[in-house]
Design a protein around this ligand. Structure first.
Ligand code: ADP
Ligand code: MG
Length: 323
């Protein structure tokens, strides 16, 4: 059996009286994309910094590629790549100079050699190689930080909130690039508070909240554990459009429909929307349509959404996972 890429057992890290990480255990398989998912303050950065050898755990053991990140840091830094949550480079350095400088710090040669096109093109940096760091947009800086973590062709890369500040297009470019990187055998460890990212990218995730791991598994497994849960969504008629008085939707009464766990009323794009969280969307939908037909409710924009990792987090904590 191949050795684990990362092993964490009973990790505890305190800052004074704050227990940032409180007894966390998990493993990462070689070649997978593993995501540590949780809201701000969950302890993601602290955990990843213990793996990178930047912080010393108070308790527990941490192994990265079979090595101790503190004791074996010199051997490890050749084999891992690190993108920190907050990084800043010298303002006057140019993009290609930063890549060359970082590459020169390693004994190992990256698969890119002296030509970084295969690294920078997919990250959308090909056109800014001659630009000063200070002149880059926030998204370009972020993508450069990802590139710099990879110049030496590490076996394992740590990416802390890698797509924060990226527009949707830049984010997709980074996702595609990481999927391709995994295809070439690189293990990817990332943190995110962005559940769509975790769902799209990660083979497995661990959900962290207030320093504790609440669940781990593939996104599909965690969603399936909710038991086929989904959301039924429809819009209410605009105010002033005054439907017949008897056709007013009885939102409170919807709680009584089969399999409904929770009912939420939101305003979206100026329209009032009703969301039914259901453990059995099919059963709820059938009953809803029947009731609507009898009462003459116009269920505008009626649709069903499958459960997401957001719903998993909500089910585990009773709170929404929002940045
Ligand atoms: N250097 C530090 N000193 C004191 N407290 C810290 C420090 N870094 C983080 N914390 C606290 O530890 C907890 C976990 O933080 P962090 O690991 O940054 O979480 P995340 O990356 O999930 O947002 C938070 O309560 C945070 O305020
Ligand atoms: Mg963080």
């Amino acid at each position: 059996m191949k050795a684990k890429a990362v092993v964490v057992r009973g990790l505890v890290k305190r800052y004074g009286r704050v227990k940032a990480v409180d007894g966390v255990s998990f493993e990462v398989e070689p070649g997978e994309i593993f995501g540590l998912l949780g809201p701000n303050g969950a302890g993601k950065t602290t955990t990843i910094e213990c793996l990178e050898g930047l912080r010393t755990p108070d308790r527990g053991t941490v192994r990265v590629l079979g090595l101790d990140p503190r004791r074996d840091r010199y051997e490890l830094c050749e084999r891992i790549g690190v993108q920190l949550q907050t990084t800043a480079l010298y303002d006057r350095i140019k993009v290609h100079e930063a890549l060359t400088l970082f590459a020169s710090l390693y004994r190992r040669r990256g698969p890119w050699g002296r030509r970084f096109e295969r690294l920078v093109e997919p990250l959308g940096l090909g056109s800014v190689l001659g630009r000063h760091y200070a002149a880059l947009s926030g998204g370009q800086k972020q993508r450069l930080h990802v590139a710099l973590a990879l110049v030496h062709g590490p076996e394992l890369v740590f990416l802390d909130e890698l797509t924060t500040g990226l527009d949707p297009q830049g984010r997709r470019a980074v996702w595609d690039f990481l999927l391709e990187l995994r295809g070439r055998g690189t293990t990817i460890f990332l943190t995110t508070h962005y559940m769509e990212e975790a769902e799209r990218l990660c083979d497995r995730v661990a959900i962290l909240d207030r320093g504790k791991l609440l669940a781990q598994g593939s996104p599909q497994e965690l969603i399936a554990r909710l038991g086929g849960e989904g959301r039924i969504v429809f819009s209410l008629p605009p105010r002033g459009a005054a439907p017949r008085a008897d056709a007013r939707v009885d939102v409170e009464g919807l709680k009584g429909l089969p399999a409904v766990r929770r009912v939420e009323r939101l305003v979206r794009d100026g329209r009032e929307t009703v969301v039914l969280y259901s453990e059995n969307p099919k059963a709820t939908l059938l009953a809803l349509v029947k009731r609507a037909e009898a009462a003459g409710w116009p269920l505008d924009d009626l649709h069903v959404q499958r459960a997401t990792l957001e719903d998993v987090f909500l089910a585990l904590t009773g709170r929404e996972l929002r940045p």
